[in-house]
Design a protein around this ligand. Structure first.
Ligand code: X8Z
Ligand code: ZN
Length: 624
């Protein structure tokens, strides 16, 4: 997760002025009346002053809050969790004050930047609290606690998420996989009452700010009406759904061959524990089970990486691993350097966390941080040397290069065009990790020829295409939770309904409302909105197609690499530098000439695979 910026500022004055109180219909009305009264008196100069104050306070809390959050995530203890809650509380308080304060300028004709910055302030928080000190405190305590439950979670037999994930990645024994899958899901039931209370408080806060509920607030962050955004998500999904269904059909058939009808039925959703990943969100780890037979082999990166980075022996020490991981990060840095980006600062290497420490709990979910809004950028990853983390290292550096590119923007514009852009940059670069590129940097000796295309595309689709419905359903669930369509009594049922409807997967053993399976996915207790990853999985192909065209690529899209192309780098940098100063449509147009997100590049990229899958599936009953 990218370290989220706070949008907050000077508002003691404004909240007093607005007479805010705990949320009720009456309070809302009072607020509107007073706001209108105030509106008559406020001037553009007042708005300027308000925003300037906001930016100052925001900068201060952002740096200090980031340092506390960093320490907490790197040393998850009772005390750091409390400190994190404390600063979270301060931050939310400020955010709510500011968002309410910003409303007084609603009817004022304002210059573009002032207006945009006020909008940023209104939309700045992810989970707003109502203007009630006790509830704000409670919300911060809950979110900090949820985060720490996830970070410190272990299965009943003492295995952590990394160990359990390794079983899913490498084991081909369904029983062993099911145990690991179930083991991790013992961590989350404890979260359920906390989550429920959190939803209630955040919804109260969102209503106070003028949104129907917290989901509606999240959907309002895309430079278009909230309802239009939900339709956009569905439209994009509609573009890629046939490709996903073709992949699903083939994968299910191959798993049926491997495990038999008893484990994988041909007319049912795929059991969720068999796809090589704890959440069945990316399936690349079981590529070996679905690899096209008879076709020329692609590139099996896992052993290549282990050999290249010097950890292909039996017992790997901590120091060896850290050294190997740093080298792998260097490889990713080198790619960005080849595009013309300045090297990462020394402090990146000194202050990042690269490997899971042996003696303490850390929040292992990979993240990129911008501590001081200038040069102090870092990653935090419990990195392993494998293909999955090779990809993630590029993903995280994409965040860091974005952060550094917009460092000279005012604090309210230090963000991406929309949050999908932030998630897409590193992935776009990583699409250039083609065999030709791997040969260029000495990871492989020979490039497989065109006969290997289906294998290469299949390996990629197992991650990128498989991800799409997961990327979509996570926030569909949260939208339904926030708007009450899914009540607390049905949290798990609602989750599995969507998992089955969109992904065509199902739990192998019955689940109940004693469980809280959504909580076993980082972004739920972590309260990181998830639509951004769905968008990123569309946008990265859209960016990539354009960058490849610029690089003069003439072959098929999936064989394109823009490694070393400074012209492409300059164009990318121009978009990154804009931060969130313009609506995302402008940034997309600057980059691709299009103002709409569009999945045709995904379809183009995988077109040969789709033809092949349709041929394989022609006598199969697809769907679930
Ligand atoms: O959370 C992440 C990144 C950090 S922003 C590692 N991702 C999503 C996930 O792991 O669920 C990247 C892909 C999707
Ligand atoms: Zn990310």
């Amino acid at each position: 997760m990218m370290k989220i910026k706070s949008a907050v500022s000077s508002a003691v004055l404004f909240s007093a002025l607005l007479g805010l109180s705990a949320c009720s219909d009456d309070a809302d009305k009072q607020q509107t009346n007073e706001a209108q009264q105030t509106e008559a008196q406020v001037t553009v100069a007042d708005a300027e002053k308000f925003v300037a104050d906001a930016e100052k306070r925001l900068s201060e809390i952002s740096e200090y809050g980031a340092r506390i959050a960093w320490v907490n995530a790197n040393f998850v203890t009772h005390d750091t969790t409390q400190l994190n809650a404390k600063v979270g509380e301060e931050y939310t308080k400020l955010g709510v004050e500011l968002a309410n304060g910003a409303k007084q300028f609603n009817d004022l004709e304002l210059p573009y930047d002032l207006n945009r910055k006020l909008e940023m302030i209104k939309l700045g928080l992810t989970l707003p609290a109502p203007s009630d000190a006790d509830k704000t405190k409670k919300l911060a305590e809950i979110t900090s606690k949820l985060d720490s439950i996830y970070a410190t979670g272990k299965s009943p037999d003492g295995r952590n998420l990394g160990q359990l994930s390794e079983v899913l990645r490498t084991s081909r024994d369904p029983q062993e996989q099911l145990e690991a899958w179930l083991g991790w899901r013992t961590v989350s039931p404890e979260m359920r009452p906390l989550y429920q209370e959190m939803v209630e408080i955040a919804n109260e806060g969102s209503k106070e700010l003028g949104y129907k509920d917290t989901g509606a607030m999240w959907r309002s962050k895309y430079d278009m009406p909230a309802d239009d955004f939900a339709n956009e998500m569905d439209r994009l999904w509609g573009q890629v759904e046939p490709l996903y269904e073709a992949l699903h059909c083939h994968v299910r058939a191959e798993l049926n061959e491997e495990y038999g009808d008893e484990v994988v039925a041909l007319d049912k959703p795929i059991p969720a524990h068999l796809l090589g990943n704890m959440w069945a969100q990316q399936w690349g780890n079981i590529y070996d089970l679905v690899a096209p037979e008879g076709a020329t082999k692609g590139v099996d990166l896992d052993p290549i990486l282990r050999k290249h980075y010097g950890v292909d022996h039996e017992v790997v020490t901590y120091n060896e691993k850290e050294k190997a991981v740093k080298k792998m990060v260097k490889t990713a840095e080198n790619f960005f350097s080849s595009l013309g980006f300045a090297p990462l600062p020394d402090t990146f290497w000194e202050r990042s966390l690269f490997v899971k420490p042996r003696d303490r709990d850390v929040q292992c979910h990979a993240s990129a941080w911008d501590i001081d809004n200038q040069e102090d950028i870092r990653i935090k990853m419990c990195t392993e040397i494998n293909a999955e983390d090779f990809q993630t290292v590029h993903h995280e550096l994409g965040h860091n290069y974005y952060q550094r590119a917009y460092k000279d923007q005012p604090i309210l514009y230090k963000g991406s065009a929309n949050d999908g852009f932030h998630e897409a940059i590193g992935d776009t670069v990583a699409l250039s990790i083609t065999p030709a590129y791997l040969k260029q940097i000495g990871l492989i000796e020979e490039e497989p020829d065109a006969d290997a295309d289906i294998a290469l595309l299949m390996r990629s689709a197992m991650d990128k295409v498989a991800f799409l419905p997961f990327g979509l359903m996570v926030d569909k669930w949260r939208w339904q939770v926030f708007n009450g369509e899914v009540s607390a009594a049905d949290y798990n049922k609602g989750w599995w309904n969507l998992r089955t409807e969109y992904q065509g997967i199902a739990p192998a053993v019955e689940r109940s409302e004693v469980d809280f399976d959504p909580g076993a996915k980082y972004h739920i207790p972590g309260n990181t909105p998830y639509s951004r990853y769905f968008l990123a999985h569309i946008l990265q192909f859209q960016f990539f197609r354009d960058m490849c065209e610029m690089a003069g690529n003439e072959g098929p899209l999936h064989r394109c690499s823009f490694y070393g192309n400074k012209e492409v780098g300059a164009k990318l940098n121009a978009m990154l530098e804009m931060g969130s100063s313009r609506p995302w449509q402008d940034a997309l147009e600057a980059m691709t000439g299009q103002r709409e997100m569009d999945a045709t590049a995904v379809l183009e990229y995988y077109a040969p695979l789709k033809t092949w899958l349709d041929e394989q599936n022609k006598d199969r009953n697809c769907g679930w």
